[in-house]
Design a protein around this ligand. Structure first.
Ligand code: ADP
Ligand code: MG
Length: 301
């Protein structure tokens, strides 16, 4: 069963910008999906169309097997949205914001009060329920956005760059919380340009560039498809390193250099070569974040 199926989605804004140029995407029920792309790639447009904030130009969307156009109200009940920007009333109190949101989904007020207690406690905001939202810290405002998106118990949660501009500590705690939500059965769709975030959280990812999906795969396959790996090699003395022919080598200083190896297993060959040339190996480690390099490589093409 798919939580989300997007077929040939097209969006051309009135000013002529083609934000989505025929996007196909599937997200399995219970999945944790990441849409990765740089600024302007089309991520927010995509979420906007699925959640009903933006009109599509063409294509179709199914949510839990329901066509988005034909079953709009049922589809909306299944969906929760945490937008990129804070968009609650800054002068309203925390619990009132949550209760009002429940009202939009037709939840009776008495139940909304009970449910709001549950989500606010869950997100560590219960103590702040009577605080005017403007007075919350940045991290609390983020959590308020999530609490509000969860009040009607959606099965599919969209988060648009949930940790952009969030400090490291808060980012880690949000990741933990999102993992828990997903483990409790909720399907999660997030957009990010933090590649580390996708690597940490997502089982399936798609990379979007200029309104087109350029890769849609399991995160492990994506990482495995990265052929070339750069290693930072620490040796006693780099003076003999240029004896190594047929390798792409950059000498950094008298004891460190980098090498690009283009296949799995070639690392062993390389180490053997080092010892044959009498170069004493001290340390070897891969350079940088793999997904990040994959991303850069794909976006270069
Ligand atoms: N309301 C709008 N009117 C015209 N162009 C827009 C509008 N919203 C977004 N765009 C353009 O559509 C493209 C995709 O934007 P967006 O979906 O916000 O990308 P992302 O969220 O990946 O940064 C960009 O070129 C952006 O400038
Ligand atoms: Mg965006």
């Amino acid at each position: 069963m798919y939580a989300l199926r997007v077929k040939n989605l097209i969006k051309t804004y009135r000013n002529g910008v083609e934000a989505l140029k025929g996007v196909d995407l599937d997200v399995h029920e219970g999945g944790f999906f990441g849409l990765i792309g740089s600024n302007g790639a089309g991520k927010t447009t995509m979420i906007g169309i699925i959640t009903g904030l933006v009109n599509k130009t063409g294509g179709s969307i199914e949510v839990f097997g329901l066509d988005r156009e034909r079953h709009l109200n049922r589809v909306k009940k299944h969906i929760g949205l945490v937008p990129q920007e804070f968009n609650f009333n800054m002068f309203e109190k925390v619990q009132d914001i949550i209760i009002a949101q429940a009202g939009y989904f037709g939840v009776p007020r008495s139940q909304a009060i009970r449910d709001s207690e549950f989500v606010l406690k869950r997100l560590g905001l219960w103590e702040k329920r009577d605080t005017v939202s403007r007075q919350l810290s940045g991290g609390m405002k983020r959590r308020l956005m999530i609490a509000r998106a969860l009040i009607h118990k959606p099965k599919l949660l969209f988060l648009d760059e949930p940790t952009a501009g969030v400090d490291v500590e808060l980012r880690f705690s949000m990741w933990e919380y999102l993992k828990e939500l997903n483990q409790s059965g909720m399907t999660i769709f997030l957009t990010t340009h933090y590649l580390e975030e996708a690597e940490q959280l997502c089982r399936n990812v798609a990379i979007i560039k200029n309104g087109k999906i350029i890769i849609h795969d399991h995160i492990n396959n994506l990482l495995a498809s990265l052929e070339e790996e750069t290693y930072v090699i620490h040796v006693r003395d780099t003076s003999a390193v240029n004896l190594l022919e047929n390798y792409h080598i950059r000498i950094l200083d008298t004891s460190t250099f980098e090498v690009d190896l283009n296949k799995k297993g070639s690392l062993n060959d390389f180490i053997e070569q080092l010892s044959q040339k009498g170069i004493k190996l001290v340390d070897i480690r891969p350079k940088g974040n793999r997904l990040e390099r994959l991303f850069l490589k794909l976006l270069k093409d």
